[in-house]
Design a protein around this ligand. Structure first.
Ligand code: OOB
Length: 540
C-alpha cells in the first residue's frame, strides 16, 4: 500500500471534509452509481464502438476479475500505457474496482521511462495495447520484465495478447471482487513534468482528485448533456481532470476519444458526435484556428474550448470566439494539483489575458520573492500552492520532497506568475530549467544526463528556445570529446536509449567550450541562461 504520510495533516483533512470538498466518493464507487442511474447512456465512443455506462462498468468488473485471477492483489501498483482507446477506461476502472493503483504512463514513453516508473512505484503489473501508432508495446513489455522482474504480470487490453494475459471482457464469476477502498487512499500515481532529473510520481487520492473534477464541471458547465472530446493523450492530467474524461464520466456525460488531436481526426468527430467541449495545448489550438475557416465539418456544437499546459498568447486567445464560435477557457494547472480557470462569464479581457483563478475557495496561493517573502500584487514572483487537491509529497522521493515543498506544506510550482485583482494569475515564465515543448515538460537535467553518457560528448547543456509553433523547442549545446558525433547520429543514439521521442533535442549545436565552465563557478542554471541568451542574440 502507499504509505500514509503522503496525506494531508488531520486538521486540513477535517476542514476539507467539513466543507464538502472531500465527499467520501471513490472512482469505482461513482462509476458503479452512474451505471445504476443511467445504464443506457453512452459513456465512451471510440470509432464505431459505443459503450453505455452499464457496458463500461461490466467491462471494468471483468478486467478487475482478470487482474485478480492472474495474481495481482489490492494495493498493487500497475503501470498503464494505453492511448485513446475504450480499453483505457475498462483497464483503469478495472484497476480501481480491484483496489489497485494505476501509474499513468504516456504512449510516447519508452523503456527508460517505463522502467523508472515501475521501479519507483514498485509496480507488479503493466497494462498495454498490442500496438499503438505502429509501435509494438509487447516488445516493450518484454524489455520491461527483463529489466524489472518485479513486474510479474502484463495485460494486453487491446489486440493480440501473445504470451501475456488478455484483459477479459466477460466477468469470471468465480473471482470475488474486493470491498471498496477508502476514499482517502491514494487512487493512482500521475507522472510529473518535473524540471530536475527523472519524472516524479504524484500520489492523488480519490477524495482530492474527484473534488477537482466535479468542481471543474461546475466551472466549465459540464452536465450529463455534455459531450467531451479527448483530443490529447487520455493519461495526461489535463484531459483527465480539467474537467476531463473523469469530470465528464462523473457528470454522466459522453466521452468521445480522438486517436489524434489533429483537425483531420477531431473535426469529423466533433460533427458526428456533436461534441460540446474539449481541451488543447496552445500549438494545437493554433492548428485548429488555422484549419477551422476552411473546414467542411460543422463545428457549431462546440461550446467551450479549454486551452492550457503552456502559455496561450492573448493574440491567439482573441481569435478563438470569432473563428471557432465557442468560449475560450484558459486553464493553468499542474498534475501536482492546483488548477486555475478563466470563468465562462469573465470579461473578454480577462479570458484573453489571464490564466484564470483557482478552483477552490480553499486553494491557498502565495506569490513570493527569492527569499520566500510575499511580493505586492501585480509583481512577478514564485507561485506556491496548498489546498484540498494539491499534494503534500511525491511518492517515494525524499530528495524531491525536500526541494519541492515548504515546511508548512506549500508546493513550489516552479512557475513565475503575477497575482492580479480578483485572484487571477498571469503566468510569466518558469524558475526551473525545463522545456515546455507543446505542453510536454522536458527536464534539461534528464536529457543532459543522457547526452553525457555518449562517449564523444565531453559536456552538454539543454536550453529552451522560443518556437513559433511549439512555444518552446529544445536545443542541445555540445562540447565534443574529440571528433564530433554528428547531429543525426546523436539523435539516433538518443532514441536507442529508449526515451520518449519528444525528449530528443530538436536542435544540436556543437561548440568548442562553454566560456563559463572554465571558471567552474557558474551554476548549470546560469550556464543554460547564458547559452540561451547568446544563441538568441546570434539569431538576431
Ligand atoms: C499541465 O500539467 P503538467 O503537470 O503537465 O505541467 C504543469 C506546468 C505548470 O507548472 C506550468 O509551468 C505549465 O505546466 N502550465 C502553463 C499553463 N498550464 C500549465 N503555463 C502557462 N500557461 C498555462 N495555461 O500542464 C496541466 C494540468 C492540468 C490542467 C492544465 C494543464
Amino acid at each position: 500500500m502507499i504509505p500514509p504520510q503522503q496525506s494531508w495533516p488531520e486538521a486540513f483533512a477535517r476542514r476539507y471534509r467539513e466543507k464538502g470538498y472531500w465527499r467520501g466518493e471513490t472512482f469505482a464507487g461513482f462509476l458503479r452509481q452512474r451505471a445504476e442511474q443511467r445504464p443506457d447512456a453512452v459513456a465512451i465512443v471510440d470509432g464505431e464502438r459505443r459503450w453505455s455506462y452499464a457496458a463500461l462498468w461490466a467491462r471494468a468488473e471483468a478486467a478487475a476479475a482478470g487482474y485478480l485471477r492472474a495474481g495481482l492483489r489490492p494495493g498493487d501498483r500497475v503501470v498503464v500505457q494505453l492511448g485513446n482507446v475504450a480499453e483505457f477506461f475498462s483497464g483503469v476502472f478495472g484497476l480501481f474496482r480491484a483496489g489497485m493503483i494505476p501509474v499513468y504512463a504516456l504512449p510516447a514513453h519508452r523503456i527508460t521511462e517505463i522502467a523508472h516508473f515501475a521501479r519507483r512505484a514498485e509496480a507488479a503489473g503493466y497494462v498495454i495495447a498490442e500496438r499503438g501508432d505502429g509501435f509494438d508495446y509487447r516488445a516493450l513489455a518484454r524489455a520491461l520484465q527483463a529489466e524489472v522482474p518485479a513486474v510479474r504480470h502484463v495485460f494486453v487490453a487491446a489486440g493480440d495478447a501473445g504470451e501475456f494475459h488478455a484483459l477479459p471482457v466477460e466477468r469470471d464469476e468465480a473471482i470475488a471482487l474486493p470491498a471498496e477502498v477508502s476514499s482517502s487512499d491514494v487512487a493512482f500515481l500521475q507522472i510529473s513534468g518535473g524540471s530536475t532529473g527523472l519524472s516524479k510520481l504524484i500520489p492523488r487520492t480519490h477524495d482530492d482528485y474527484l473534488y477537482s473534477c466535479w468542481a471543474s464541471n461546475a466551472i466549465c458547465n459540464v452536465t450529463e448533456r455534455s459531450v467531451f472530446l479527448v483530443a490529447l493523450p487520455a493519461a495526461h492530467n489535463f484531459p483527465m481532470s480539467s474537467p476531463g474524461h473523469i469530470g465528464a464520466l462523473h457528470a454522466g456525460a459522453t466521452v468521445v476519444l480522438s486517436p489524434s488531436p489533429s483537425p483531420d481526426a477531431a473535426f469529423p468527430l466533433i460533427e458526428r458526435e456533436r461534441v460540446t467541449i474539449t481541451g488543447l495545448v496552445p500549438p494545437l489550438a493554433l492548428l485548429w484556428l488555422q484549419a477551422a475557416p476552411g473546414t467542411r465539418h460543422d463545428l457549431s456544437s462546440l461550446e467551450v474550448l479549454l486551452v492550457g499546459g503552456a502559455k496561450f498568447t492573448p493574440e491567439a486567445a482573441r481569435r478563438v470566439r470569432p473563428v471557432l464560435g465557442c468560449t475560450l477557457q484558459q486553464v493553468f494547472g499542474m498534475a501536482e494539483g492546483l488548477v486555475n480557470y478563466t470563468r465562462l462569464d469573465d470579461p473578454e479581457e480577462t479570458i484573453t489575458h489571464t490564466q484564470g483563478r483557482p478552483i477552490s475557495p480553499d486553494d491557498e496561493v502565495l506569490v513570493v520573492d527569492d527569499l520566500g517573502n510575499p511580493v505586492p500584487e501585480g509583481q512577478p514572483g514564485h507561485l506556491l500552492a496548498r489546498g484540498p487537491y494539491t499534494i503534500r509529497r511525491y511518492h517515494n522521493d525524499d530528495a524531491a520532497n525536500a526541494r519541492a515543498f515548504t515546511a508548512d506544506g506549500f508546493y513550489r510550482t516552479g512557475d513565475i506568475v503575477r497575482h492580479l485583482p480578483g485572484g487571477y494569475l498571469e503566468v510569466q515564465g518558469r524558475a526551473g530549467d525545463h522545456i515546455n515543448r507543446a505542453g510536454e515538460k522536458i527536464s534539461a537535467e534528464e536529457i543532459e544526463d543522457h547526452l553525457l553518457a555518449h562517449p564523444r560528448v565531453f559536456d552538454a547543456a539543454i536550453v529552451s528556445i522560443p518556437d513559433d509553433y511549439l512555444g518552446e523547442r529544445s536545443c542541445a549545446f555540445i562540447i565534443p570529446d574529440g571528433e564530433k558525433p554528428g547531429a543525426a547520429a546523436l539523435k539516433a543514439w538518443m532514441r536507442q536509449r529508449g526515451i520518449a521521442e519528444f525528449k530528443v533535442p530538436d536542435q544540436i549545436v556543437f561548440t568548442e567550450a562553454f566560456a563559463t565552465t572554465a571558471a567552474g563557478k557558474v551554476s548549470r542554471k546560469e550556464l543554460r541562461a547564458r547559452l540561451r541568451a547568446a544563441f538568441l542574440e546570434q539569431q538576431g
